[in-house]
Design a protein around this ligand. Sequence first.
Ligand SMILES: [Zn+2]
Length: 200
Amino acid sequence: MSATPLITIPARKGKAAFVAEGQHVKVVNTHGQQVVDTWAFRRDDMTEFMSMEHSRTAIGRTMPSLGQSMVTNHRRPILTLVEDTSGGIHDTLLAACDRYRYELLGCTEYHDNCTDNLAAALAELGLMPPETPSPWNLFMNIPVGPDRSLSFEPPVSGPGDYVFLRAEMDCVVAFSACPQDIVPINGVDCVPTEAHFQVV
Ligand SMILES: [Zn+2]
């Protein structure tokens, strides 16, 4: 099976790639504690995209088990979770971070954010997102408590852990190494790092 080289998702930045139906994407948490916001859009009509709210209906859970498929806003499978060495904890509940999130956290100057990273990553391919769908936040650990409260915890993954996803349609996938450095979702040190992916 041919594979592209390992592609870097730079720390605090985004990266996108085309993936054909039947190909796989391996997303590697290189340093172990980095959240990777993940999007997938149908290649020939980007208004169809992986949707967290539609996926939760399809899988009947807040995050997929092995073999389950995330679906689009047209309820068609787009990415299937084939393998996962990271502990299986990936958030589907939270929106991508954006300038407004950082302003609310007290930032007075520009802060890198996943929303802008998605747009920049797609722009490198000559594409523009129709909107910023809620991302699949790989490795993000947002437990729901018995009282349904949320907490923001460090990932349970370790260096080199990865997820292996199968594309169920021709799509463009985009990733953002989340630049969150105020809330400890990227590890207790709050230091965002690079991550990597590979199309196989
Ligand atoms: Zn983010």
